[in-house]
Unconditional design. Structure first.
Length: 236
């Protein structure tokens, strides 16, 4: 069974649809109505996750029967906040950390011991490794995910549990609607990238499928940038 958290978002929905074609899946999210609709569509079970009121991970892990083999976990729960640090309230900062970093801790803490020979995938951002103005809160959360994943990869290597991170740049998604709300904004965002385009789910799905597959059996503790070269390349 594969766990997809944040399954109702743009990327989560694409992953859910793709994996459901060949695998048993279990979906997790915050919107019960949307989860129910997905569960009916893909004939799978679901669980609502309230990040502000969570049980102990060992209790939460019981949402999946103990005799079920968990092969993979993909956490798509995330958010975007673009504000200068002095304009970011404590509530906003805490929300970004909770949504992005805490969700990753909680899910892996809940299921890691049941994922021997498995693969866990988390999402960072180009802002996790490259300084971008007005990204302080999201940079802190995403950089935290990258460090968390490297350490977890070391901890669970004895179980052959691989832990990796995908770090995209801006993508067409529900979260980026405000940022990409005009043609001008889209052009500016595209032209930031050496390969001039906005990311989409088709850029990410092959990487996810590879990391979950036996083809990536010797890959762990890595952050894989899928960002049109923004994090490392400066074109002429």
């Amino acid at each position: 069974m594969y766990i997809i958290a944040g399954s109702t978002g743009t990327l989560g929905s694409a992953i859910t649809e793709e994996l459901s074609k060949t695998e048993d899946i279990f979906i997790i999210g915050r919107d019960e109505d949307k989860l129910k609709a997905q569960a009916n569509k893909y004939n799978c079970n679901y669980q609502v996750l309230d990040l502000l009121s969570t049980p102990e991970p060992r209790e939460y892990s019981k949402v999946i029967d103990s005799d079920v083999e968990i092969k993979g976990l993909v956490n798509c729960i995330g958010s975007i906040l673009i504000k200068p640090l002095h304009g970011t309230s404590l509530e906003e900062f805490n929300d970004v950390i909770t949504t992005n970093l805490f969700s990753s801790y909680f899910l892996l803490a809940s299921f890691a011991r049941r994922m021997k020979d498995g693969s866990a995938i988390f999402f960072s951002s180009v802002a996790g490794s490259k300084g971008l103005s007005n990204h302080e809160a999201i940079s802190a959360a995403k950089a935290g995910i990258e460090g968390f994943a490297r350490s977890a990869a070391a901890t669970y290597a004895k179980d052959n549990l691989r832990v990796n991170v995908i770090a995209p740049s801006i993508m067409d998604s529900n979260m980026s609607q405000k940022i990409l709300s005009s043609d001008t904004a889209r052009e500016v965002s595209k032209n930031m990238h050496p390969i001039s385009k906005i990311g989409d789910t088709d850029d990410i799905l092959p990487v996810i499928k590879w990391l979950l597959s036996p083809d990536a059996k010797w890959v762990t503790g890595q952050t894989i940038h899928v960002d049109g070269g923004l994090s490392t390349v400066k074109p002429r």
